[in-house]
Design a protein around this ligand. Structure first.
Ligand SMILES: C[S@@+](CC[C@H](N)C(=O)[O-])C[C@H]1O[C@@H](n2cnc3c(N)ncnc32)[C@H](O)[C@@H]1O
Length: 188
């Protein structure tokens, strides 16, 4: 999918895409900077879009690793299916069903979850359920990265994970905030 097709599609579905441009190269790199690709074999992406970040994740992954990517927009799902990589599992369904699909595809856990979901526009009880489910699905020490276009939800992630680091990415349209969290043993 080219830049203009993505733009047109995003404008048409602005309430579910949450932005009109795909993530920049800098953002894609930043989103995975905390991920342990050496040890991890089970990765999850939420809101794969047309695959711009998906490709970065696949490139960094071990040959035996797997990536499950969730996407609800049929045009983006079609674009994701065009990525020719047997390690990629495209889930054409809501990220809310993450625990179900982990079981279906026999993921014992997620080593890292990389999310571009527009969580700020998702109702707060649903948002809490999604992020709680992410935390529960991660192995101890596993990481969660989330892109936002405002710092509003920083404390929310701190509350769920017990830790959060925020980085500002100027080289993105619009400039972005990335939240990094880690599942630790102590926080319940
Ligand atoms: C901001 S776009 C990000 C696309 C791409 N990852 C990128 O960084 O350019 C967010 C994506 O999340 C998808 N999305 C929104 N709500 C979703 C949900 N509940 N489950 C799965 N995908 C969802 C949208 O269709 C959209 O493609």
């Amino acid at each position: 999918m080219n830049y203009y097709q993505f733009l047109k599609n995003s404008i048409r579905h602005i309430r579910t895409t949450g932005t009109i441009t795909r993530s920049s190269r800098t953002t894609c790199k930043m989103m995975i900077r905390n991920v342990d690709f050496g040890r991890g074999r089970y990765f999850v992406e939420l809101g794969g879009g047309d695959g711009v970040m998906t490709r970065y994740i696949l490139r960094a992954m071990h040959p035996d690793a797997k990536l499950m990517t969730f996407e609800i927009n049929p045009d983006f799902v079609r674009a994701l299916h065009k990525i020719d990589d047997p390690r990629l599992i495209v889930i054409s369904d809501q990220a809310q069903k993450l625990p179900h699909y982990l079981k279906v595809h026999r993921f014992p856990h997620a080593d890292a979850i990389i999310s571009s979901l527009p969580l700020l526009v998702i109702p707060s009880d649903e948002r809490t359920a999604i992020v709680q489910a992410c935390r529960e699905s991660l192995r101890p020490g596993g990481t969660f990265s989330q892109i936002h276009y405002s710092p509003t939800l920083k404390n929310f992630y701190g509350y769920i994970f017990g830790n959060v680091e925020m980085k500002f990415v100027l080289l993105n349209l619009p400039p972005a905030f990335i939240m990094y969290c880690q599942k630790n043993h102590e926080h319940v």
